[in-house]
Design a protein around this ligand. Structure first.
Ligand SMILES: *Cc1c(COP(=O)(O)O)cnc(C)c1O
Length: 365
């Protein structure tokens, strides 16, 4: 057998069919483009803060393994995220890793993960990689949670885990708290309330973490301006957190991340000011989008805006924007509710202007 044939035979024999059928998470190149595709905070730190951060990193011992208990970081996080004393905390290398830990702890053949859809794609991807089935329950036309459909699907599929992103990505809305409570009450397994966009929203379930025995509340520092650090947090009943520690890799939060996150959160006024500026830009961008003929923009509680173009292929609009130097996200074809839809991250004022000018130009053409 040729080397090539041997290689193909090995892959065919050993890679699980569910994994073979997956596509890797694709990150498009953004070189020289106005990058409004990934919900990043567009602002760096002021120079004096950057200097102080570099000072805080001085003397860290990179020859040693990181502190497995993140003793310097945990109290700062607990305070910054207002985690109740009843709740225990576990950290992940991004909240993506926390999703992976949760599913690693519960995965078994025939077990199911359930989420309303459209939502964050990593729930389905990680469930699939963990060998679980994933059930998607369509949101209502206004992107609200379909409470009755959720309750029916939970009764039928008995999901080990239900994921609720609040605010939801890519729709930007907050599911009604009463609907989320009904899901928590009726769920046979865990309910993860994913608050990745919390700094841009007015509501949280964090104050309930450690209360309901099946509730885990997840946060990340990514969207608040520290996407490069890779740090997520899960808060919930101590017994669940102890269980998740069994599947956590021992040194998953590296030394530089621990020190940098503790420093950044001690200076979080800067990040919170930036979040305020992003919310103000969100209002302006939403109004400008809604004023464009043939564009429908949905209200958002996050740092991005979902919009639909009429009478144009969303793919052609995406390509036209990129040709004009602006990268956003095309969602057309990813879910029936997102036909003709694109998602733009709120950027700096001049980036939002560049996007709006490019979009007006594309729609004129
Ligand atoms: C971006 C996003 C995350 C991922 O966060 P990381 O901490 O960067 O892994 C989690 N959940 C939702 C809903 C997101 O949109």
């Amino acid at each position: 057998m040729s080397g090539d044939g041997r290689l193909r035979a090995l892959l065919a024999r050993w890679v699980r069919p569910a994994v073979a059928a997956m596509n890797a998470y694709h990150v498009p190149p953004a070189h020289n483009l106005v990058k409004l595709d990934a919900m990043e905070n567009p602002w760096p730190w002021p120079g004096e803060l950057e200097q102080a951060w570099l000072e805080a990193l001085r003397g860290l011992e990179l020859n040693r393994y990181p502190d497995p208990a993140a003793t310097g970081l945990l109290p700062v996080l607990r305070e910054a995220m207002a985690v109740p004393p009843e709740a225990e905390i576990i950290l992940g290398n991004g909240s993506d890793e926390l999703i992976q830990m949760i599913l690693l702890a519960v995965a078994a053949p025939g077990r199911t993960v359930l989420a309303p859809e459209p939502t964050f794609v990593m729930y389905r991807m990680i469930a699939t990689a963990a060998g679980m089935d994933c059930v998607g329950v369509p949101l209502r036309g206004d992107f609200g949670l379909d409470r009755e459909a959720m309750l029916r699907a939970m009764a039928e599929h008995q999901p080990a885990v239900v994921f609720l992103a609040r605010p939801n990505n890519p729709t930007g809305n907050l599911f009604a708290a009463a609907d989320v409570e009904a899901v928590i009450d009726a769920a046979p397994g865990l309910v993860v309330v994913d608050e990745a966009y919390h700094v841009f929203a007015g509501e949280t379930f964090m104050d309930r973490a450690g209360g309901p025995p099946n509730l885990l509340v997840m946060r990340t520092v990514s969207k608040m301006g520290l996407a490069g650090l890779r740090l997520g947090l899960l808060a919930g009943p101590p017994a669940w957190v102890e269980t998740l520690h069994k599947v956590r890799l021992p040194y998953n939060i590296n030394t530089l991340t621990q020190a940098s996150a503790a420093f950044a959160l001690e200076h979080r006024d800067v990040l919170l000011d930036q979040a305020r500026a992003i919310r103000a830009q969100r209002t302006r961008l939403g109004q400008a989008l809604a004023a464009l003929p043939g564009v429908t923009a949905w209200p958002s509680e996050a740092n991005f805006i979902l919009f639909r173009v009429e009478g144009r292929e969303a793919g052609a609009v995406f390509d036209g924007l990129r040709a004009r130097g602006v990268l956003i996200k095309n969602l057309d074809g990813t879910h029936p509710l997102l036909a003709g839809c694109l998602r733009v991250t709120v950027g700096r004022p001049e980036e939002n202007d560049a996007f709006l000018d490019a979009l007006a130009d594309v729609l004129r053409g």
